[in-house]
Design a protein around this ligand. Sequence first.
Ligand code: DX5
Ligand code: ZN
Length: 213
Amino acid sequence: MLVAPSILSADFGRLAEDVKAVCDGGCDLVHVDVMDGHFVPNLTIGPVVVDAVAKAATKPLDIHLMVENNSFFVDLFAPLNPEFISFHIEEEKHPHRLIQKIRSLGIRPSIVLNPHTLPESVEFLLEDLDMVLLMSVNPGFGGQKFIPSVIEKVQRLKALIEKRNPDCLIEVDGGVNDVNVKQLAAAGVDVVVAGSYVYKHPKGVKEAIASLK
Ligand code: DX5
Ligand code: ZN
């Protein structure tokens, strides 16, 4: 299991140290939640702060856009050379065009689905995607409760991926812990995002990451 700690649960007063801690602690990606106060009822960070995150990180960035005007935000973050940019299909009229744009910038494209969005909505995009991110909470906040129906959704998506593009990864984001990660792994998940579980673990971030792996 690849692990992508979400810095949303980090201490923003010592952000560089908290980013370094998860990288030294064995994470695979650093998950960055970008919220615009429009697509979701919360506001987070822009390219100035994410640039500081990129400088502190020794692992690739996994940028999760929760915004209106996806294309504008792709242009803002592309110069920071993230590994992945994920955008919500619910907020994009031309997802195929945006996938092509992200790839043309040398970034791996990924689409995010909210809890209600059907896995079949990405079926005919899969051959052009490197990852699909399934939300297991409503986007906008860390520390929410895991929605168990995502397990069945992973199974349905996995079947589509095996048919259309077996190289495409499945990532799950929201309420992930050391218990539900086992069900997620069995269903075919490749990458888990974890914010509060990693940053608030009583034994520290390294133990938390190891327990998810
Ligand atoms: C929610 C974000 C998540 C969140 C995960 O909108 O996309 O990445 O920070 O936090 P936890 O693991 O605490 O649910
Ligand atoms: Zn996220």
